[in-house]
Write a new protein. Structure first.
Length: 381
């Protein structure tokens, strides 16, 4: 998908298709033994945070991040639990927290009160002092993992999930030195790379993963930032190409450099953005122009994309509680940080995921939970 298309919001949100409620899964289905032969991935809407659930054919699961905290924690935990129930899970086998920002770990305690979590994985201590994160790590997190298993991930680690080859490729500001099997070619995009300012935040510490299921490959790098992408991808591409790219950092331009996005050549990208978080033009231009990209799917339309860079409504999972009559053509500038910033458009009603079901031959189907639209991508030759 390359050309931008002017769209009224009503079209952008595909209102012509009947909504499918995620909460319709019966408790009987949730209790059944998993019989699927697919790797199922739920990209859950947590309003510009992150929560991505992987379920292997064996029924073993990995959740990457747990959404927002504070007043939003019950909402986001509930949305994650809807995916958990749809997948028929009774526990979460592995929880990877990519880094210690509230939109990635904030819902953890609430989620742990609703379902057992057996293995907690993170990059280690917080490098960006903040009261909420520091208090969580001192008082809340240790009692949670004391009842389970706790691992501090290192680049090169494998996470044991039956049926999957799960490799940690970045953690605590470091990246793998040895290419993954089949990777290691020179990266032609490194020559034109222009570094950004050094990122000293938790984003640069993100636990990044490459997941392989037969011939199907996924990249999920959390909020790994621009310069760290260069460290991972240059001078050689150490992770190779992928079929699915879960877009880094909600589609913000402090991540998603062409040395990463163009070199991994994703066939499909899924952006876990918010209505006013992610999707800025600088990032969207790189994503849309990635070699071999067939489609970009989004959890929300983005005011920061406008009509210029957004995708058709068939590929957008969520609206807002009071949608405007039309989306502006021009992308809006992100508001400056500070307490006076007005809140983004509210979306506290029914939330919809984007679900991927992959086969070992490399083919996969992506489904928009809001309108039921799905598209199947054949295996690469």
């Amino acid at each position: 998908m390359r050309a931008s298309r002017p769209l009224l919001l009503a079209l952008a949100l595909g209102m012509a298709f009947p909504a499918l409620r995620q909460a319709s899964v019966s408790s009987g289905l949730a209790a059944q033994t998993r019989t699927a032969k697919t790797l199922d991935i739920y990209v859950v809407d947590v309003e510009g945070g992150n929560a991505t659930l992987f379920v292997s054919p064996s029924g073993e699961s990995v959740l990457i991040d747990s959404g927002n905290g504070g007043a939003a924690a019950p909402r986001d935990a509930g949305r994650i639990m809807a995916a958990v129930k749809d997948a028929g899970l009774t526990q979460i086998d592995n929880l990877i927290t990519t880094h210690w920002h509230g939109d990635h770990f904030g819902g953890m305690a609430e989620l742990a009160s609703r379902i057992p979590i057996r293995h907690f994985i993170d990059h280690g201590g917080n490098v960006q002092p903040a009261a909420a994160a520091d208090e969580f790590l001192q008082k809340t997190y240790p009692p949670l993992y004391a009842k389970a298993k706790h691992t501090v991930a290192k680049p090169g680690d494998k996470i044991a999930v039956a049926g999957l080859d799960w490799r940690v490729v970045s953690a605590a500001g470091e990246a793998i030195k040895t290419p993954l099997p089949g990777a290691g070619k020179a990266n032609p995009y490194c020559a034109s790379f222009k570094p950004q300012d050094v990122d000293t935040t938790e984003n640069a510490q993100s636990v990044g993963s490459i997941i392989t299921f037969g011939k199907f490959r996924v990249a999920h790098l959390g909020d790994l930032t621009w310069n760290k992408e260069f460290n991972l991808m240059c001078p050689t591409n150490r992770i190779g190409t992928v079929d699915l790219f879960v877009v880094s950092h909600h589609g913000q331009p402090i991540s998603n450099s062409d040395v990463l996005v163009h070199a991994i050549q994703p066939r499909v990208a899924i952006m876990n953005n918010g209505t006013r978080k992610g999707g800025q033009p600088d990032a969207m231009r790189i994503i849309h122009s990635a070699p071999g990209l067939e489609d970009l799917w989004q959890l929300h339309f983005s005011l920061l994309s406008g009509q210029e860079y957004t995708v058709p409504g068939l590929f957008i999972a969520n609206s807002v509680d009071e949608p405007p009559a039309a989306m502006p053509v021009a992308a809006l500038a992100p508001p400056p940080p500070g307490p006076a910033v007005p809140p983004p458009p509210a979306h506290n009603g029914t939330a919809y995921w984007i679900k991927v079901s992959a086969q070992t031959d490399g083919s996969f189907t992506v489904t928009n939970g809001r309108n039921g639209f799905s598209k199947t991508y054949k295996a690469r030759p």
